[in-house]
Design a protein around this ligand. Structure first.
Ligand code: GLN
Length: 491
């Protein structure tokens, strides 16, 4: 890695602002790094070399003209391929959208540009964001820079791997059940799921609309906060967007970095007390809890009795919404069309297109969801899952009357070997055991590196009340100030 690729987004922004480095130099250094290592990592589905350099040149010209630029001007960013990018391929990790170049930018991508960032390209992901390892990508898995025989998490494994391999200092992910936080945890990077509605879904290819939340990924908590502030806030084009400003996450990260958590009450979720989790992960988590205590936090144990039903409720709600959302991929409007030889009916062409275009996990979800929504079973499955969702929300509300935030390990296990969980969907689903509850509730969650187990990164999750995203940044930054950042030994 060259000096500039080793830097944080904050440092790079400082260099560009003072003129010590040009945006073109910074961008070229990252493009060179991608060329050197992405053959091993496969973090990117598409590298937009020309587009990135053109944006970088524009930033340099505007700076030279004395224009006031955004706080992240000249900082490269990698964008999960779930967000539309005008004229730039957007596949969602699926064959069904191969070759599609969207006619418009998502709000997140628009705001990234307004902040002065330079989009390097689109990152690999499990097809339609369904998965926990990127092994369900139609374009081959990404690999974990800590050990390229292991998974980088999913669904946003490409974004996390790009950060850990120093291919980009910032990345965007989307979190429906853990797809920002879980890849962050297993790659030793930071990933934050904002409050649902705190970041716009406009131009985010929908998986489960009541859960989908785009958010920031970075190598430090402050960088994640800066990115969060740049992309967040109300968007009239998203009907569930919250009409309120983003809490001051940047100030909170700076306060946290002083390492003082006195007066902060943190709750450890009893139900995440180790059942199903690797002993090494639990041991590293407990050490981190001791560190938080030393920083002044008061730790209490809190029971959230309905969290144990979060996984089954999620696997009814998310597939139900996906079965409806994915109906739009019909071979007529976007991407792939199969069997349209002039003799087949529209229905046959749709069916052949969907058969050829969707992978096995996406088909499984569509079938599960269609079944759960069918008239005879709606109340028993979808209706029941919605009731569980309400009970989980009540657990959170009750907990936040006693504590400022909840903490847990982000994932029950460290990065597993490629192929280890692909034959048993349930084993794959367990990766999100600890992250799913806050999606069902809608509150924010962050994963911050808290140490190693078996030489591999472990993440600590901080969950906060809705619209109190700043709280989780404070706690995460304090832990980071004590633990430090993690760097893969081989990169
Ligand atoms: N792994 C979970 C799933 O497969 C979560 C995915 C996500 O957050 N997009 O549904």
């Amino acid at each position: 890695m060259t000096d500039v690729t080793a830097m944080t987004a904050t440092q790079i922004a400082g260099l560009v602002a003072t003129g010590a480095a040009s945006a073109v130099e910074v961008t070229q250094a990252h493009l060179d790094r991608i060329a050197a290592v992405d053959g091993r990592v496969n973090a990117f589905l598409h590298v937009d070399t020309e587009g990135a350099l053109a944006v970088a040149r524009d930033i340099d010209a505007r700076r030279a003209a004395g224009e006031e630029l955004g706080p992240l001007a000249g900082v490269p960013v990698a964008v999960k391929d779930v967000l539309t990018t005008k004229g730039v391929p957007t596949t969602v990790g699926s064959k069904i959208l191969e070759g599609w170049r969207p006619p418009y930018d998502s709000t997140i991508v628009e705001r990234l540009r307004a902040a002065g960032t330079v989009m390097l390209g689109k990152t690999n992901m499990d097809e339609f964001a369904m998965g926990s390892s990127t092994e369900y990508s139609a374009y081959g898995p990404s690999r974990n820079p800590w050990d390229t025989d292991r998974i980088p998490g999913g669904s946003g494994g490409g974004s996390a791997a790009a950060l850990a391999a120093f291919e980009a200092p910032l990345a965007i992910g989307s979190d429906t059940g853990g797809s920002i936080r879980q890849p962050g945890a297993v790659t030793g990077t930071v990933g934050a799921k904002p409050t649902y509605g705190g970041t716009s879904r406009y131009g985010l290819v929908a998986f489960s609309s009541s859960l989908d939340t785009p958010g920031p990924c970075a190598r430090t908590v402050l960088d994640a906060a800066l990115l969060h502030a740049a992309i967040g806030g109300h968007d009239p084009r998203d009907s569930t967007s919250i009409p309120a400003p983003v809490p001051d996450v940047v100030a909170a990260a700076k306060i946290g970095a002083t390492g003082d958590l006195s007066g902060v009450r943190l709750g450890i979720v009893t139900e995440f007390g180790g059942e199903g989790a690797e002993p090494g992960v639990m041991a590293t988590f407990r050490e981190a809890v001791d560190t938080l205590t030393k920083l002044g936090a008061e730790i209490v144990e809190i029971s959230c009795p309905h969290f144990r039903y979060a996984l089954p409720a999620y696997y009814l709600i998310a597939p139900s919404e996906c079965s409806s959302n994915l109906a739009r991929f019909d071979g007529v409007r976007f991407g792939l069309r199969t069997g349209d030889d002039g003799n087949r009916s529209l229905e046959e062409v749709m069916s052949l297109t969907r058969e050829a275009g969707f992978g096995p996990e996406v088909k499984r979800r569509i079938m599960l969801g269609t079944y759960a929504l069918s008239s005879g079973y709606y109340d028993a499955y979808y209706g029941q899952a919605q009731k569980v969702r309400t009970l989980i929300t009540r657990d959170f509300t009750a907990a936040f009357e006693r504590v400022d935030a909840l903490i847990s390990p982000t994932t029950p296990f460290v990065a597993f070997p490629l192929g280890a969980r692909t034959s048993d969907p349930y084993q794959m689903y367990l990766a999100d055991l600890f992250t799913i509850p806050s999606n069902l509730y809608g509150g924010p969650g962050i994963s911050v590196p808290c140490g190693l187990s078996e030489g591999l990164p472990v993440g600590l999750q901080v969950m906060a009340p809705t619209m109190a995203d700043d709280r989780m940044y404070r706690v995460a930054a304090a832990l980071e100030s004590a633990v430090g950042t993690l760097t893969p030994p081989t990169m």
